[in-house]
Design a protein around this ligand. Structure first.
Ligand SMILES: Nc1ncnc2c1ncn2[C@@H]1O[C@H](COP(=O)(O)OP(=O)(O)OP(=O)(O)O)[C@@H](O)[C@H]1O
Ligand SMILES: [Mg+2]
Length: 274
């Protein structure tokens, strides 16, 4: 479990994140959603330690990541796996070598065991047979799967994915979502995914944090999102007419059109967190 408490981040006096509070539970997919520029990547970078919060706490199963000793931080980093927006594979290494890389760097396994582990991870993402290929020879979706295999090579407790579906078609995106989701459930990992893919939100959004202009605006599940009354959330997520229709069918009353003031009963009560 990862907890973010009263987290603020500013750059040169410009506030990017303000008072973010969230619990990311293990064994489920935790999504962070929000418009481009809302602060998703900055939040994830604060959580994984690529940025230091201006204020606030990041707790990994109760361990304070911001104030812990450097040595402890290094150890904790080994429990994290990351998948970046671009698959970020090493072009001059084969698929197998890419997956072996974290094992070469951070494990004390012998070579035969490292190869065995890398092959196992590649099989887990259905890439058996692609071991000797170069990243340039495989498709974007396959590259993402290699990135997932590499991220899970060290058996991480915490998995971070920043826009794992960017650049992929909807069907391949589903394959990646299903893979991340099933690995998360299988290994009980705490998985955090940044996305603005609505298919992912409605497909694997077991827990969803919606950020708007650096503020936490809403939290809930994919089921709750269908009946949520938060105006900003609804205009973000149900921006397209198609999604608006889907939502309207699950609501007793129609949603206001963009630009219209919602009926008072559809307005969300301000909460203390907001
Ligand atoms: N290193 C930095 N220095 C200064 N400002 C930054 C830095 N990194 C990000 N920002 C600013 O923080 C804000 C949030 O950026 P962020 O990358 O977190 O958005 P995002 O929600 O991930 O957007 P996208 O969906 O496009 O990836 C932006 O205004 C961005 O310019
Ligand atoms: Mg981003």
């Amino acid at each position: 479990m990862i907890e973010v408490q009263h987290l603020y981040k500013s750059f040169d006096g410009r506030d990017v994140l303000m008072d973010i509070n969230m619990v990311f539970r293990d064994g489920q997919t935790n999504l962070i959603i929000g418009q481009s520029g809302s602060g998703k990547t900055v939040l994830m970078k604060n959580i994984v330690g690529l940025f230091t919060p201006t204020r606030g706490k990041v707790l990994y199963d109760g361990r304070d990541f911001v104030t812990m000793a450097k040595k402890e931080r290094v150890m904790l980093r080994r429990e994290m796996g990351m998948i970046f927006q671009s698959a970020a594979l090493f072009d001059s290494m084969t698929v197998l070598e890419n997956v072996m890389f974290p094992l070469d760097m951070f494990s004390d396994m012998n070579e035969a065991d490292r190869i065995r582990r890398a092959r196992f991870c590649l099989e887990r993402v259905n890439l058996k047979g692609a071991e000797e290929k170069m990243p340039g020879e495989i498709s974007g979706g396959m590259q993402k799967r290699v990135a997932i295999a590499r991220a899970i090579a060290l058996n991480p407790k915490y998995l971070f994915c920043d826009e794992p579906n960017s650049g992929l078609d909807p069907k391949t995106s589903l394959v990646i979502d299903d893979l991340i989701s099933s690995i998360t459930h299988e290994y009980g990992m705490t998985t955090i995914i940044n996305t603005h893919d609505m298919n992912s939100v409605l497909g694997i959004g077991e827990s969803i944090l919606y950020i708007c202009d650096g503020h936490k605006e809403w939290e809930g599940s994919k089921d709750e999102i269908m009946t949520a009354t938060n105006e900003k959330l609804n205009s973000f997520i149900f921006a397209s007419d198609l999604l608006r229709k889907v939502k309207e069918e699950s609501l007793p009353q129609p949603l206001p059109r963009r630009g219209e003031t919602p009926a008072p009963e559809l307005r969300e009560e301000p909460t203390q967190e907001n």
